[in-house]
Design a protein around this ligand. Structure first.
Ligand code: BG6
Length: 515
């Protein structure tokens, strides 16, 4: 592939702050996308692949094979890829890079349960190996409806495509990985009957976000915070993933999922793991994931009686977002009348281990809230004694450390400072680190990082089998208690802070941060 960017040394010389963009050598690869014409492929995967090509981060020898149901010619598929890249790439495509990239694309039509699809695939992959004079690494990306995951995996196995002796074969599985613990276990069982765990890359795209990875750098590359990072100094942790968008055209998926399955079971629990995990001995896939699993297993799974106290859920009604009137959830296209699916969920969990026992972790996620905001706020305990006069002490607030994942990526520390003047009056001020201004470069999209890691074969930022099951083990009891409950989710107005009922799960003295 031709590359628009220079070598790592050139990048670093031009902008030393971009030295992290160093590229590692990549084996020649054939990437097969199942569900090649779906929404995810168009909006995220193809633009990410184009941007990797733009950065010179695809292997020299690279082939893209799209598999989807409809008959179409390679040329037609390439035109669709081009259209998707032009519409969704984070930068305007460079004509030369784009045309070289599109030449790598081929199309295989067919339904995922049709054996012929896999024999054609085998033939095409074999041809690429022959042309290269060596077996290419293979990656199968399952970007389909989840019901096809086991079907495709088993068909790949039956066609002998799940392994080869001289080059790696990898399987990439999109979310949702099951809709309950039982389903996740069954899916793991069927996948691992064909592929080994080392071959499997389960996607949680939040792990590809720069700022999520920066949480680990922030904790483990700075001596300053770690001594405070425990139950002695931290009062509570609050993780928010708020969106202003509604469910769009995804009612078919969303009405069966709801906010807990859609965002808390995966993305938010991963953020929690990053806040709470112990420093890994080495930063590698095994160690990092071991530490995360320990955190998940330390979370007390609520009993059915406890669920009512530690959880709240809501559903948006009509309201006003971004200057527009928007319909309520039940009026959205495709949502069944009287649906009780939650579009907002909040939980209070405890990580019951030596470091965190007694510290509440508040988690919340929702659609059609006031704005898009993903952040982790760590609230420190109040100072033990206020030495200032009563008036002077009024503005003293416990310190809060806020890591913002999006939209304004960065870290801010809320401190108490004296207001200039003769009196000792104090008010909170912010000390801020802003990603954009400090590094003068645009962060790559999460999918760029993740696809890059798949090509490299590094599974650190992917969810392991035991990890995904531990995440479901936490959510299952909440979901079943909600299902059995007579209460419908509390209504909240679109564009608001969410249901007032979320206040109920806070312990005395704690409050939700404004969205
Ligand atoms: C997806 C959810 O996993 O994450 C969507 O299915 C949600 O409902 C999306 O909108 C949010 O991702 P991001 O990167 O925009 O925060």
């Amino acid at each position: 592939m031709s590359a628009a960017a220079g070598t790592a040394a050139e990048i670093a010389a031009e902008n030393p702050l971009a030295a992290g963009l160093e590229r590692l050598p990549l084996a020649p690869t054939a990437l097969v996308i199942f569900g090649a014409t779906g929404d995810l492929a168009r909006r995220k995967l193809l633009p990410a692949l184009y941007n990797l090509a733009h950065d010179g981060a695809l292997p020299e020898r690279f082939h893209l094979i799209g598999v989807a149901r409809r008959e179409k010619a390679h040329e037609h598929y390439r035109a669709e890829c081009e259209e998707a890249i032009r519409a969704f790439s984070r930068r305007a495509p460079d004509p030369e890079v784009l045309s070289a990239f599109l030449k790598t694309a081929h199309y295989v039509p067919g339904t995922f349960d049709d054996k012929h699809v896999y024999s054609r695939l085998a033939e095409l992959l074999g041809r690429y190996d022959e042309q290269a004079g060596e077996p290419l690494a293979r990656a199968y990306y399952l970007s389909t409806a989840p019901s096809f995951f086991p079907v495709i995996v088993e068909a790949l196995g039956a066609e002998g495509l799940a392994e080869q002796s001289e080059a790696p074969v990898r399987l990439v599985i999109e979310k949702p990985f099951g809709t309950s613990l039982a389903e996740a276990r069954e899916l793991n069982r069927r996948v691992l009957a064909v592929f080994s765990e080392e071959q499997v890359f389960r996607i949680d795209h939040y792990l590809g976000k720069e700022t999520v990875q920066n949480m680990l750098a922030f904790r483990f590359a700075n001596g300053m915070f770690e001594p405070l990072w425990n139950r002695n100094y931290i009062d509570y942790v609050q993780i928010t993933a708020a969106e202003d968008i509604g469910i769009g055209s995804r009612a078919g998926y969303y009405d069966h999922a709801g906010a807990l399955r859609d965002l808390i079971q995966n993305h938010i629990l991963q953020l929690l793991c990053h806040v709470a995990m112990e420093p890994p001995v080495i930063f590698n896939a095994e160690q990092v994931r071991n530490e995360k699993v320990k955190v998940l297993r330390a979370i007390q799974v609520p009993t059915p009686e406890e669920v009512a106290d530690i959880s709240a859920r809501g559903q948006y009604g009509a309201g006003h977002v971004g200057g527009e009137d928007v319909p309520g959830y039940r009026e959205e296209e495709g949502v069944p009348e009287g649906s009780r699916t939650e579009t907002f969920a909040a939980l209070r969990l405890e990580v019951d281990n030596w470091r965190w026992a007694g510290v509440p972790f508040y988690l919340r996620a929702g659609k059609r809230l006031a704005r898009k905001l993903t952040e982790i706020a760590v609230a420190l305990k109040p100072v033990p004694h206020l030495a200032f006069s009563q008036e002077g002490s009024l503005g003293v607030r416990p310190n809060q450390l806020v890591m913002t994942v999006q939209p304004n990526e960065g870290v801010s520390l809320q401190l108490g400072a004296k207001i200039p003047g003769t009196r000792m009056s104090i008010r909170p001020v912010n000390m801020e680190f802003n990603y954009g201004t400090s590094f003068l470069s645009q962060s790559p999209e999460a999918y760029e990082r993740l696809i890059g890691d798949i090509l490299l074969g590094d599974p650190t930022l992917f969810t392991r089998d035991d990890e995904v099951e531990a995440q479901w083990a936490i959510c299952d009891p909440v979901l079943s208690a909600w299902q059995q409950s007579q209460r419908a989710p509390s209504a909240y107005e679109a564009g608001s802070q969410g249901p007032a009922d979320a206040e109920r799960i806070l312990l005395p003295g704690h409050s939700w941060r404004a969205i």
